[in-house]
Design a protein around this ligand. Sequence first.
Ligand SMILES: C[S@@+](CC[C@H](N)C(=O)[O-])C[C@H]1O[C@@H](n2cnc3c(N)ncnc32)[C@H](O)[C@@H]1O
Length: 197
Amino acid sequence: MSDWNQIYRASNGPPWDIGRPQPAFISLVKNHEMVPPGTVLDVGCGTGENAIFYAQNKFTVSGLDLARAAIDQARSKAKERNVNVDFQEGNALALDFKAGSFDYVTDSGLFHTFNDAQRPLFRDEVARALKPKGVYFMMCFSDKEPTNWGGPRRVSKEEIKETFSPRFKINYIRDELFTTKIHDKGGRAYLTSATRL
Ligand SMILES: C[S@@+](CC[C@H](N)C(=O)[O-])C[C@H]1O[C@@H](n2cnc3c(N)ncnc32)[C@H](O)[C@@H]1O
């Protein structure tokens, strides 16, 4: 996973890029865990489906990704669909937003790409970008997902707690499914809700 741009430029596109929002994040809005109007940062936004969905549901949305190719696709989609999202190329380990900018930070598949040293850096950046009592929602592959197909790191509940507890109150870590192009019934994942202390 060293060159994200190359993966996005491949003709078949990445396995996670499903052309619609992840069902788990749709549920957060439908179940009123994310309540508009509010500000949202979708960090590691890829080609923007989740961010566009939030904007269509009356949130003010920024989407950030390291891959220029993903941001270009996200901007094109937003324009085609007549939706306003601030899509930016940038690094989640050095966020270029004022402290306390967001009510919500959402992360669909970014945290599980980081190594041990990057995890606390990322946690501190998310905490800084959130307002006090802002909420971080994160979905990552869980340690229940088989490793026979490769993919990113599997993450345990203990690792999530260890990383985020110093700056967040963990509301829940629950079983979820990642919809991908390579799973019939979805990949085993954890969805975490955590409130900034
Ligand atoms: C598994 S993909 C998920 C993309 C998107 N959230 C989705 O659900 O389709 C992980 C994304 O994180 C991005 N990424 C990786 N490292 C990053 C970093 N340090 N800062 C920002 N984005 C990063 C990649 O370019 C990629 O788009």
